[in-house]
Design a protein around this ligand. Structure first.
Ligand SMILES: *[C@@H]1O[C@H](CO)[C@@H](O)[C@H](O)[C@H]1NC(C)=O
Ligand SMILES: *[C@@H]1O[C@H](CO)[C@@H](O)[C@H](O)[C@H]1NC(C)=O
Ligand SMILES: *[C@@H]1O[C@H](CO)[C@@H](O)[C@H](O)[C@H]1NC(C)=O
Length: 359
């Protein structure tokens, strides 16, 4: 059995992406398990190296679970009204991760962002032993009236952690086009977290006159990072790999597309390298209308009447169903100080895509 294990390990190591994303497949951790079991390294499927990272710090399992929760929930939120809705189960997401679609690029970016966000926050919350608050002072304005204090989220530590955990610099990573795109997209995710990292201050003094302020570095809410990455997904660039003649190494360059060009003038389809903030993809996405390896299709999917239904239902049309929901109503303030409501039932119409005729 031992030999088999080693054999599998070698196969896994030669595939791209085994260490390069985190927490987005059922193999990593079942989402339903997240709330049911107490965080531990064993219930996460990790590479050998990642397991070592996990065991090194007693707060790490909790932090990794939080990262999975954060990035999965955000992906499902951002794609709730799209054909591909970030669904897990059925191996669909694993199959998307094995390809180089736009959707794959989002998955890589959101998972590295979730990891960077969770680790930085765990540092400042005292959950991790190996890092503490960020106490660096990097804003020079009005320094005299500031007191640098509070407990900043430790992005410096978390960026380094993500680099090592996802092996972003490792030479054992594949050097093919897809591996390069994965690395690039993971870095876009970390960068998005970094860009939402601001100085936050709290005023003190007579009626908040702000004679003194306490300032610290704070991450923006993960929702904002998710919104940004979703925008980047919509504007993602297709890339190919070329050899840079001056250095002799291969690098990503954007591919010219109809109506979309990054360069001022494109010479024979050669375009500049993607910017560090752009998401990139390698393969054109399938339409996700019918059941396939990549999605369950959109039969019976709920949609929002109008263009959203046209798109999600792929032109098949939808059925209207009436559903009765309970809602609080006739709310009034009861002196003092709470609100009392009645429960009313209300019927709402929901729109569900018709099935594909050949399913
Ligand atoms: C940081 O700045 C960005 C853009 O200016 C803003 O959207 C974000 O909410 C800010 N984050 C915090 C924590 O204040
Ligand atoms: C080749 O690599 C060098 C050094 O990294 C870079 O400055 C240059 O822009 C690259 N050339 C092209 C055509 O991208
Ligand atoms: C995604 O869509 C499928 C049906 O196509 C549905 O079963 C699933 O619950 C949806 N997932 C989310 C997270 O909304």
């Amino acid at each position: 059995m031992r030999g088999v294990g080693i054999f599998i390990l070698i196969i896994a190591a030669t595939q791209t992406g085994t260490d390069s994303y985190f927490g987005l497949t059922e193999k990593k951790v079942h989402l339903e398990q997240l709330d049911a079991i107490s965080p531990n390294c064993k219930s996460l499927s990790l590479s050998k190296k990642q397991r070592r990272f996990c065991k090194k710090d007693p707060g790490m399992p909790e932090t990794l679970f939080e990262a999975v929760r954060l990035s999965t929930a955000e992906c499902q939120y951002q794609f709730f009204n799209e054909r591909w809705n970030c669904t897990s189960g059925g191996g669909y997401r694993e199959n998307v991760l094995k390809r180089g679609f736009k959707e794959t690029s989002f998955l890589y970016a959101i998972s590295s962002a979730g990891l960077a966000h969770s680790v930085a926050r765990s540092c400042s919350r005292g959950i991790l032993d190996r890092c503490t608050c960020d106490e660096s002072f990097n804003d020079q304005t009005n320094r005299a009236t500031w007191k640098w204090g509070g407990c900043g989220d430790n992005l410096k530590y978390s960026q380094k952690f993500v680099q090592n955990f996802l092996q972003l610099e490792s030479t054992s990573r594949g050097q093919d086009l897809r591996a390069k795109a994965e690395k690039h997209n993971s870095e876009v995710g970390v960068r998005a977290v970094r860009q939402g990292f601001n100085t936050t201050c709290k005023c003190h003094g007579v009626s908040a006159s702000c004679t003194t302020r306490t300032c610290w570095q704070q991450l923006s809410p993960f929702r904002e990072i998710g919104n940004q990455l979703k925008e980047k997904y919509e504007k993602a660039y297709k890339v190919v790999s070329t050899t840079n003649e001056s250095t002799g190494t291969s690098q990503l360059v954007t591919k010219s597309q109809k109506g979309k060009s990054r360069g001022a003038t494109a010479t024979d389809g050669e375009e500049p390298p993607p910017r560090p903030s752009d998401l990139v993809y390698v393969d054109n996405s399938p339409h996700f209308c019918k059941k396939s390896r990549f999605s369950p299709g959109t039969d019976g999917r709920r949609c929002l009447v109008g263009p959203n239904c046209n798109s999600i239902c792929c032109g098949r049309g939808y059925n209207i169903k009436t559903k009765v929901v309970e809602k609080s109503c006739k709310c009034r303030v009861v002196w003092c100080c709470y609100v009392e409501c009645d429960m009313c039932s209300e019927s709402v119409e929901i729109h569900l895509c018709k099935n594909n005729p050949d399913n």
